[in-house]
Design a protein around this ligand. Structure first.
Ligand code: NOJ
Length: 574
């Protein structure tokens, strides 16, 4: 099967019942794909919705259940589209609203869900609301943004984009006042104190749910409100806004989900789940676990990961973490201590060009120096964690990055489909592409591409596909709890995923899987303590091979090659 030539689209049948499963978001593997980077169907140098739609078969083949599409709206594209100038229009380079609707129905026809991304904290300074606000302070949009006569308000609020911004206030020469912005100065923050802003945001959310999307990522959600005393992150009024929004979604769009992008510590992020009585988001990205995976790989030490996983905050029923290794942003190091941050800069960002804000702007394969063992280990761990995994486009083939491009564009280059011109991404004149494809020695598109990896049974792509298909057979990975086990080797992480079965899933009623990972760069032997599982039989989830039974004292031993893992089915105890 080849996915490098345009794939004809056959019949746009909507699958009735796609949303009937209230747990769909907990059982899904998501794939983040930036529209402009995936496939250019009309040769203008930009990826577009028709191109993306033509490769849905590829994503289905890979084993993807849901697609997360970062902002594709009208935008001056000064922040990759997170600077929106019209929330209800598709950027012309990406296509039309009809192209988007077609994309959604074709995804649904393949049993895949679509999640879009709404940056509601701020707009572009080119948005008509901002243009009206700066021109006419007394007009209907005068109060849509946060204006002040001085740049002295909200003194406790930190700057997020430390590489480019020196203040969260910027002076507007038209209104002759300062406006508030948490990100780039061309992204003024909306004023959530103004109820008309709430109405405008609700209209946008309804607009996209009405077009059939299954989920909305709430970009930068902690920053909606600020106060003089607080630090402008997760203020009580922000949570109230999210609770109200959730109520609307449950009433008007049952089965659709909200996912929080809150780069915070676990307890604070978990607040975005709300409670069973007063729910907020269905999902929240897990920011603290991700950097600890990278730390463990280089430190050959699992203890920090073990601590974070053991402390994982309980999530309310029906809610789920979104776990990830990489995304379209820098690998953020905000959620680690200064000591860990410096160690990670030393290991992973030894060239200053690799750094961005408080993080590292590189792709997964180049972070891991293209080590197949590490790529497998990191991905297997990701797919074992509690929550729904989010993969980043191109990481399934080990695409590299280009640190000579600006900011986070380093890892937003065209998808590498084939060794042909422009990596098979576009037929345009190469100079016309929105970004050049990667042509570095190790990751050049002539060697790292989908076509070549499909032709090789042992490729990373085929490995990813087979692991995703094994994972899909075991709902415990999506629905189960986690219990971290003690081991006698600091390089080894062991935990049990357990699913008791609540009768709603038409799969095994009960399942327990032992997941063990060795971060050591040398072979090791480990003894693991599993007191609740004495006498249980262990079988490899991939090939069914039998492993030694857990002893009566709950202990058992395993031997590992370098940087490897096991997924072991825990069978009935004798
Ligand atoms: C979070 C997005 O992930 C990032 O790409 C963007 O720059 C900021 N929000 C600001 O919009």
């Amino acid at each position: 099967m080849s996915f490098t030539a345009p794939i004809p689209i056959i019949g746009a049948s909507h699958v009735p019942g796609l949303r009937l499963d209230p747990d769909w978001h907990r059982k899904s593997v998501f794939y983040e794909v930036m529209v402009r980077s995936f496939v250019d169907s009309n040769g203008d140098g930009f990826g577009d919705f028709q191109g993306l739609t033509s490769r849905l078969d590829y994503l289905q083949w890979l084993g993807i259940d849901g697609i997360w599409v970062p902002p594709f709206f009208q935008s001056p594209l000064k922040d990759g589209g997170y600077d929106v100038s019209d929330y209800q229009a598709v950027l012309p380079e990406y296509g039309t609203i009809d192209d988007f609707k077609h994309f959604v129905s074709e995804a649904h026809a393949r049993n895949m869900r679509v999640m879009i991304d709404l940056p509601i904290n701020h707009t572009s300074d080119q948005h008509p609301w901002f243009l009206a606000s700066r021109e006419d302070p007394e007009g209907p949009y005068g109060d849509f943004y946060v204006w002040r006569d001085t740049d002295e308000g909200y003194p406790n609020v930190r700057i997020i984009f430390v590489d480019t911004e020196t203040s969260n206030w910027a002076f507007d020469s038209v209104r002759r006042q300062f406006y508030w912005h948490r990100f780039f100065s061309h992204q003024p923050d909306l004023n959530f104190e103004n109820p008309a802003v709430h109405d405008a945001v609700y209209d946008i959310v309804r607009f996209w749910y009405d077009l059939g999307v299954d989920g909305v990522r709430l970009d930068a959600i902690p920053y909606l409100y600020e106060s003089e005393e607080g630090n402008g992150e997760s203020e009580p009024a922000t949570h109230q806004f999210v609770r109200d929004l959730r109520r609307m979604v449950d009433d008007e769009y049952p089965g659709r989900v909200l996912i929080a992008e809150a780069n915070q510590w676990p307890a604070e992020t978990a607040e975005y789940f709300g409670t069973a009585e007063e729910p907020e988001c269905h999902m929240a990205f897990d920011f603290p676990t991700m950097p600890r995976i990278f730390y463990s790989l280089r430190a050959q030490n699992a203890s920090e990961l073990q601590r974070v996983l053991a402390e994982q905050v309980e999530v309310p029923p029906g809610a789920a973490w979104g776990v990830f290794l990489r995304n379209h942003d820098e690998l953020t190091l905000e959620m680690v201590s200064e000591e860990y941050r410096q160690a990670m800069y030393g290991w992973y960002a030894y060239d200053p060009r690799m750094r961005s804000n408080v993080g590292i702007r590189r792709r997964l394969a180049s972070l891991l120096d293209n080590s197949r063992a590490e790529l497998e280990l990191a991905n297997a761990l990701l797919l074992s964690l509690p929550g729904s995994p989010f993969l980043y486009y191109g990481d399934e083939i080990g695409m590299g990055d280009n640190i000579w491009l600006d900011d986070r564009d380093a890892s937003r280059t065209p998808m590498q489909w084939s060794p042909d011109r422009n990596a098979g991404f576009s037929t345009a004149d190469p100079g016309k592409l929105f970004l050049p494809p990667v042509q570095s020695l190790v990751y050049h598109y002539t060697s790292v591409n989908v076509e070549a990896q499909m032709a090789q049974a042992s490729s990373l792509l085929n490995w990813m596909r087979s692991v995703l298909h094994v994972r899909r057979q075991h709902p415990v990975f999506g629905l189960g709890t986690i219990t971290v086990l003690e081991t006698d080797n600091e390089s080894v992480l062991a935990f049990v995923r357990s699913y008791g079965g609540d009768g709603t899933y038409h799969g095994p009623k009960e399942e327990h899987v032992l997941c063990v990972f060795s971060f050591s760069h040398n072979p090791v032997h480990v003894t693991i303590d599993a007191p609740d599982w004495s006498g249980a039989a262990l079988h490899d989830l991939f090939g069914g091979g039998q492993f030694p039974t857990i002893a009566d004292d709950g202990r058992f031993s395993l031997t590992f090659g370098t940087q490897s893992f096991y997924w072991l089915h825990i069978g009935s105890q004798a």
